[in-house]
Design a protein around this ligand. Structure first.
Ligand SMILES: Nc1ncnc2c1ncn2[C@@H]1O[C@H](COP(=O)(O)OP(=O)(O)OP(=O)(O)O)[C@@H](O)[C@H]1O
Length: 790
């Protein structure tokens, strides 16, 4: 808490202000829990001893203001959440043309004086909070509701609070770097994402607040805050449009359930915990509403890594083709033909005599008027039209029939030339005929529409999909514009094989979703109005296009990093294409600065990044130094290597590192690491699986692909049997693994080529076991001491 820090000349005043704010919150919260009368009577008591200078916050005003009792449950919940840290910053601001300076305190919710409407706490998402995020001291501007306000910023202050007590205040001026950011980055990772509202950087703030009526695509380096920013943008969206959208109408698509668990902590903090959080696979499953057997999603990636395929180029080609916009075009052509099969070929009759609706008119309805509906809904609409028509026409028809026969009867009855016997028979016949026809109309009016519609084809989603992808002739008809004979054969054979196993693969889901949407529609509750896609580089173009169609909106926030595109064989290779061909309204922006890790670790990761066959800018770390990454060479047994790792891990814990991960290249390798650890060490380890939650206390063992998006205080990369080669996939996996730590990175392997470390130009500490284990441990100690001095 440091006495020195408390010496800020305005510390006491700020303590008083904090007390006042909390008291005010107490009252508001209490009021919401009481009825009006008991509130009034206990009110005086609540305020005893309070004496805040600012007279605008008159307590008597509060007393008389019944509005105080009318806060919504939501507001009260938010106030309770921020009680121990009601605000994190303040600015003093004078708007041009005004006499008085405003003092604004920013927090994670807002609180107003009910009488004067003066803000006590201003929500960080309000437009004026830009003064804090973007404004330098001096002349500033901010925009609210289309108007630009000029003014002068004379103070920017940050608060550090612990358990509701003010610990420290700091004034940010032109010269000081953002100490709060540095401090927050040097902290520990908790295996959970945290909110960054008090340290959001200008470039990040711009993305959070970018035009909410437009999609946005963000290419951001590893650790640049993409996930964090995407979640803050959702929070900002909900705040801005709280009257128009409910949180349930928004959706986050995360790469897997582990990741959902990882981000879950930050969501309530940001007030967005009620939004739909799911994965693409689960989302499509819900849309389809039927069980579907899916091959393991990372099977193909593992196949590539382990060189399992005879013809990897074709496997890669097929995966990328199924995710391409050409495949979507094939589906579009196929859908056009499906529509033809759904058109009624005959006119609609009630009994065989009365034509009520022509086939031509029904075709017009289906093809022109109901184009906004999925095909099978259009048929339902036609059915409704026919039913309505029958309902109204039925009476007219019956009247017509009755009139016709009544006229005949009249004629017969009044025809004096007829002999009475004949007349009788004629009349009886006519009356029977009339009854028969009326009954027939009555009867058919109940059944004819159903019978008519039943004649139209009715198939399932899977039927339609298989009809396209496993019927060679049909597929060739649509695909020949894009594919050669060999490709068509390869495609069909692959799909037939899958079909025989009653299996689908991830790459089929875009097509299935697209067909589902066009043929049957997506449940309204699943049609999110605004979507965040994280790790979007692993999506295919068709996946994005299918989502956009299914959701009937382009309101997407898409964040990703091509450098981490380990599924690029099926995924995106170019954001430009996403923008031009799928989201033409989108803004595109990049984040090059990385906040997660140290300069030393990022330098090494950048050297690995440079091995990729395409140009990517080096990532700029925010200036924060730490220990150099270390390579520990171990040629002896695996058991000994693990023992050294365990010793290092104990030291890391002793140094205050809380979350530690061992990253292996594949699931299999990690399984081996786990069993070695269990056999030869006392450490408590958790082998991480996709549907698990991270156990905070264990050392996590995780394969590189699953580690994507996560972060840990310290990361130990381990290569027993599986080394990283210079192929694109391996380089990306290695890069992903190396960018996970906040503070510490070590490599353990038989040779430094196992991690391509020959390409790391400088700043690597290499240790070897040549001298035996004891000396190695000694060397490790020495290096650590040097690091600590650094
Ligand atoms: N402005 C900030 N203030 C404090 N911490 C920040 C800031 N921006 C990012 N961070 C921290 O940096 C780390 C990386 O953020 P995040 O996981 O959102 O990055 P990312 O771009 O999604 O990374 P990756 O691509 O590796 O998954 C997190 O610990 C986050 O809290």
């Amino acid at each position: 808490m440091g006495e020195k820090k408390k010496k800020h000349p305005e510390f006491d005043q700020e303590v008083e202000r904090l007390l006042f704010t909390k008291k005010y919150m107490d009252i508001v919260i209490k009021a919401s829990e009481m009825d009006e009368e008991s509130f009034r009577s206990s009110f005086k008591e609540a305020l005893e001893g309070m004496d805040f200078k600012d007279s605008s916050f008159s307590y008597m005003n509060m007393l008389t203001n019944a509005n105080l009792l009318q806060r919504t449950q939501e507001e009260i919940r938010n106030l309770k959440k921020i009680y121990n840290k009601p605000y994190f910053a303040r600015v003093d601001y004078k708007r041009e043309g005004k006499d008085q300076e405003e003092i604004l305190y920013f927090g994670k919710a807002s609180l107003f004086d009910r009488e004067t409407q003066d803000p006590i706490i201003v929500d960080w998402r309000s437009p004026i909070a830009n003064l804090y995020y973007d404004g330098r001291l001096g002349d500033v501007q901010y925009e609210a509701e289309g108007e630009v306000y000029d003014g002068y910023l004379s103070l920017k202050r940050q608060y550090i609070m612990e358990d509701g007590e003010l610990e420290e205040i700091r004034d940010v001026d032109l010269t000081t770097t953002d100490e709060l950011l540095q401090e927050s980055l040097s902290g520990s990772s908790s295996n959970r994402l945290t909110d960054i509202v008090s340290t959001i950087q200008e470039e990040q703030n711009r993305i959070i607040r970018a035009d909410l009526n437009k999609p946005i695509i963000v290419q951001g380096a590893a650790g640049s805050g993409k996930t964090t920013i995407a979640l803050h943008r959702i929070s900002y969206f909900i705040y801005t449009y709280q009257e128009h959208f409910r949180p349930e109408q928004l959706m986050i698509l995360a790469p897997n359930n582990l990741f959902i668990d990882y981000i879950s902590e930050v969501l309530p903090e940001l007030g967005v915990d009620r939004i739909l959080q799911t994965t693409f696979i689960d989302y499509v499953k819900s849309c389809i509403g039927k069980k579907i057997k899916l091959r393991p999603p990372s099977e193909k990636l593992m196949g590539f890594i382990n060189h399992e395929y005879e013809d990897p180029e074709m496997v890669q080609w097929l995966a990328s083709f199924k995710g391409s916009l050409e495949f979507k075009e094939i589906m579009d052509a196929y859908l056009t033909d499906i529509l033809e099969t759904l058109l009624p070929k005959e006119d609609f009759y009630l009994t065989e005599k009365f034509k009520l609706y022509t086939a031509e008119r029904m075709e017009q309805l289906i093809k022109r008027e109901y184009t906004y509906l999925p095909y099978y809904r259009r048929i339902e609409k036609v059915k409704e039209v026919l039913q309505n028509y029958v309902r109204t026409e039925k009476k007219t028809l019956i009247l017509k029939v009755e009139k016709f026969y009544d006229h005949k009867l009249d004629k017969a009855l009044f025809n004096s030339n007829l002999d009475p016997a004949k007349r009788k028979s004629y009349v009886t016949k006519a009356m029977d005929k009339k009854d028969e026809l009326v009954n027939e109309i009555m009867r058919e009016s109940r059944t004819a529409v159903n019978a008519f519609i039943r004649k139209l084809p009715k198939h399932t989603l899977f039927y339609y999909y298989e009809q396209l992808v496993t019927d060679r002739e049909r597929f060739a008809k649509y695909a020949k514009a894009y594919l050669d004979d060999y490709q068509i054969r390869y495609f069909i054979n692959h799909q037939i094989k899958l079909h025989k196993q009653k299996n689908y693969e991830l790459e089929d889901l875009a097509g299935l979703l697209y067909l589902q949407h066009n043929l049957f529609g997506i449940d309204k509750d699943l049609r999110a109005r605004n979507v965040v896609i994280d790790e979007a580089q692993d999506y295919s173009y068709f996946q994005l296009a299918a989502l956009k169609s299914a959701l009937e909106t382009d309101m997407f926030t898409i964040v990703g990093d091509l450098a981490q595109g380990i599924h690029s064989y099926r995924g995106i290779q170019d954001w430009n294409k996403v923008k031009e061909e799928i989201f033409p309204r989108a803004a595109y922006t990049t984040l090059q600065k990385s906040y997660r890790t140290t300069v030393e670790i990022m330098q090494a990761a950048n050297d690995i990044l440079a091995l990729l066959p395409f140009e990517l800018p080096r990532v700029e770390p925010v200036v924060r130094h730490g220990a150099k990454p270390r390579f520990v060479e171990w040629r002896e047994s695996d058991a000994k290597m693990v023992a050294v790792m365990a010793q290092d891990i104990e030291k890391l814990y002793a140094d205050g590192r809380k979350t530690i991960a061992i990253i292996g290249k594949t699931e299999k390798e990690c399984g081996k690491i786990e069993s070695l650890f269990r056999k030869h060490t006392d450490l408590s380890v958790q082998l991480l699986k996709e549907n698990e939650e991270i156990n905070q206390k264990d050392v996590v063992i995780v394969h590189a692909q699953l580690a994507k998006g996560l972060e840990f205080d310290a990361v130990l990369l381990c290569a027993l049997d599986e080394v990283y080669t210079e192929t694109e996939i391996d380089v990306k996996l290695l890069y992903v693994a190396m960018t996970r730590p906040l503070h510490h990175l070590s490599f353990y392997g038989k040779d430094h080529t196992a991690f391509l470390l020959g390409h790391v130009s400088e700043g690597l500490v290499e240790l070897s076991d040549q001298a035996g284990q004891a000396e190695l441990v000694d060397q490790v100690d020495q290096v650590d001491q040097v690091d600590q001095v650094n």
